[in-house]
Design a protein around this ligand. Structure first.
Ligand code: BV8
Ligand code: ZN
Length: 249
């Protein structure tokens, strides 16, 4: 992995780094992305599944889809890209702003994670908003949306669906940290989902150096100061190894 000298110099003096991540960082863990060749959206229409209307129209189908994705996320492991980001914390103040809902950054040991689109491991009642740990969910019948033990309301995943607001405090926090970072890595995202994608732009407009890590060019590539093309599970550990050499001097 060839890392430009000028980027290494920036990494040498940087103090705070934001990692803005998308589904691509979990691809090497075996979790499908959304818009890639084997993407989730190739088979299903997001609006038909990842929206409140879809849930109200077909609660059992939508619930089952998330149960399926939850079991996949639980069965997979974080990959070397997730672990490298966690290890960056040894050398920098690090904030992870993720669009992902798969909980892999948390399992890899990152300590400052902002989940813009929620977390598939958390669920709540649409009526009384009682939260349910996975083990507490009253799964009475496979393929049936579970009902709240307090009020009988349907239980839904704690993720942000299309047409839903992002959690305002999480978004504001992400914007603050991105705009007070020296570097913002934009890792494994097709850069099409908003308002999440405003975050790397806030970093840039506040003077952060933008480093895109992706296996291919995206709509965002021309906005980045550096494009490191390759798999995040290879690129991020390579950058980390260079930093270890620099810091050892
Ligand atoms: C909202 C949770 C309004 C659910 C998700 C402008 C402003 C505001 C809104 C909009 C706007 N324009 C359009 C909108 C509407 C919409 C939107 O963005 N639509 C897009 C599709 C055009 N946004 C919304 O609806 C948002 N809400 O705006 O509310 C509002 C306002 C006021 C009051 C009320 C309401 C909510 C959006 C959140 C949707 N929820 N996820 C779930 O997961 O089931 S989005 C979903 O897409 C995931 O979170 C995912 O992370 C995210 C982005 O996708 P990516 O992560 O980029 O994944 P993708 O597959 O696309 O790309 C993978 C990339 O990785 C590729 O580039 C590939 O090359 C690369 N890659 C692959 N392998 C590797 C790799 N890179 C490195 N290494 C590898 N190994
Ligand atoms: Zn309830």
């Amino acid at each position: 992995m060839d890392i430009p000298e000028s980027l290494l110099n920036i990494l040498k003096s940087a103090e705070k780094i934001t990692f803005f991540t998308g589904a691509g960082i979990s691809a090497e863990s075996g979790i499908s992305t959304f818009r890639g060749a084997d993407g989730l959206w190739n088979k299903l229409k997001p609006e038909e599944l990842a929206s409140f209307d879809a849930f109200m129209k077909n609660p059992d189908i939508v619930w089952e889809w998330y149960e399926h994705r939850r079991s996949i996320a639980n069965e997979k492991q974080p990959n070397s890209g997730h672990y490298a980001i966690a290890e960056f914390e040894k050398f920098y103040k690090v904030v992870v702003v993720t669009q992902n809902v798969d909980n892999l950054h948390c399992r890899a040991g990152s300590s400052n994670i902002l989940e813009l689109h929620g977390n598939i491991m958390r669920n709540y009642c649409i009526n009384c908003r009682k939260f349910y740990e996975d083990s507490e969910i009253p799964r009475l019948e496979k393929g049936k949306v579970p009902e709240c033990t307090v009020c009988g309301g349907w239980i839904r995943p704690d993720v942000v669906w299309f047409g839903e607001m992002l959690p305002q405090d999480v978004y504001n926090n992400a914007e603050f940290h991105a705009s007070t970072s020296d570097i913002c890595f934009v890792v494994g995202t097709s850069a099409v989902v908003y308002p999440a994608m405003y975050i790397p732009f806030s970093a840039k407009s506040s003077g952060a150096v933008l480093v895109e890590v992706n296996i291919e060019k995206t709509d965002f590539s021309s906005e980045a100061h550096y494009n490191l093309f390759g798999k995040s599970g290879e690129v991020l550990p390579a950058v980390l190894n260079k930093i270890k050499e620099l810091k050892a001097i």
